[in-house]
Design a binder for this molecule. Sequence first.
Ligand SMILES: [Zn+2]
Length: 281
Amino acid sequence: MPELPEVETMCRGIACFCGEIIATTQFPRYTRRPSPIEPRPRTMAAKLHRSRIMDITRLGKRAVLRIQHNETPVDSFLVFEPRMTGLLLRVSPPTQQHVRLAITTREKQRLIFWDRRGLGTITLIDKSTFEARFGSHALGPDALTITGAALHTKIHSSRRHIKVALLDQKILAGVGNIYASEILHEAKVDPRTRCHRLSQNTCDRIATACSRILHHAIKMEGSSIGDETYRTADNRPGRYQRFHKVYGRSDNKCFRCETKIQRVVQAQRSTFFCPQCQRRY
Ligand SMILES: [Zn+2]
């Protein structure tokens, strides 16, 4: 579930680890679904030992720690992809049993990757592998910075529904199911509109809505919905769910026009929208 605003919040929350040196990396034993870890835990722990965390950035829906070993100043990248229920924490986790990785630094801080469902991934890769997997051929522009022109170029020949296209990380990186519905409501575009019918002007409006919604959601530290699995790095819920205009609100009134919000299924995911004020092109 964590999308751009949630992962951005996690990265900001663990920024205090920048510059610190890794003392130990532990992978607690668990009997449930094990997280996909590459390379295997023992190798990863050995590679991380006495390495410095140079910086922490977000790449789409992933957190990336750039790592340098003391003796060999070559970058490697520790990439966390939370997927459904992964969290990066700097305080005690919600439960002990779902801790997948715990890094202790020389400065005695503890960085934890916790994941209830175990679908999140942890990978430590070198620069060339990083570029091969996450270069611009694999990942579109970040959703915080995408322009209407770039969006229009990427989608204008596609017959897919715009909501489905917004979830495609090759088109833009960071948007998931919650924010795609919210962005299209803000932009007043029906999620079932086919991409090739959208003009440059409408793409401008979607890009502007994208930036506005995501920046507001980051300010509110993301959305904690349903079982409230998503938490900030210091284990607090996000607050943006209070500002959702359509997501999870089917049969409630649209705040803009009072029409009932509808739910439809697109590409096996729920979409929420207002059939009155979101125009179908
Ligand atoms: Zn409406």
